[in-house]
Write a new protein. Sequence first.
Length: 327
Amino acid sequence: MMKRTLVILMGVLVGAGCTTKQGQASKKDKDITAQNPIFQNVFTADPAPFVANDTFYIYTGHDEQAQGIEGFLMKDWLLFSSTDMVNWEQHGAKLRATDFAWANGQAWAAHTEQKNGKYYWYVTVEHGTIPGKAIGVAVADHPTGPWKDAKGEALITNDMTKQTDIFWDDIDPAVFVDEDGSAYIYWGNTVLKWAKLKDNMIELDGPIQTIPVPEFTEAPWVFKRGAFYYLIYSARFPEEIDYAMSDSPEGPWEYKGNLNGALPNSPTHHVGVVEYKGNWYLVYHNGQLPTGGEFRRSVCIENLYFNEDGTIQPITRTTAGVSAIAN
Ligand code: FUB
């Protein structure tokens, strides 16, 4: 696939009335910002940021629904990368729902993690024979692939979870690997579920458990900063972003409140958080490209700031995005 470098400096602002907050950019760099949404030539959703090899990657879903038509049309997942947060390389579709022979399309939210020198891309798809959504996993030796189904079957299927009787409650995998190598998968719609992963990253290691955070809808994301573990998730509908904190990836989780209100033009609100070169970033999607909307979403990025006690400051959504950092 031909690579294309997107240099997004100053374009037409999408939306109005937003302020810009500078990160820890050098003085020389700080006039240069990315533009929100950061990818304006393709509809992107459900971003999963991931840092490896000194590079900031964003794995995204790909909205292909026609304007004015209801429902998600998502066939593959896209990959983008940057080393300065304003110049983005577009790698194209690196994984497709059809790469999972047991699946029946519908490339919903996904998340990439790393362990033992390999990369694992956890995806939501529709299962071909077990009614409902399922979670699969692909593996690669490099963040850009090539990727292949790591298991030849689903990791999680709808018949493994009985907490609800809906067919789309096994979606939105979020994987967290702790400093001691312990790996966890969190997922769900309506009920937030989690399980340990075996060292091979492609099998569950123990029972499926639940986390009783308030008003959970979907899209969990777990990360660690200092002594604290953070669980960020989409709450209510239209979705807002709430979060909880713990001193263990296994909980108990203490609810800490709201970080981001509902979005213009997108009732879904799927976020990911990573640290890169000393700055923390929150990546999310909205529906604010000129022909965008609920099923034609676009990935945006903001800085994430913490208070001294470890709690997170509410997000300030901007049209300017984040500042360039030294490369
Ligand atoms: O993109 C399809 C679904 O919409 C995701 O799985 C949810 O998180 C919501 O963003």
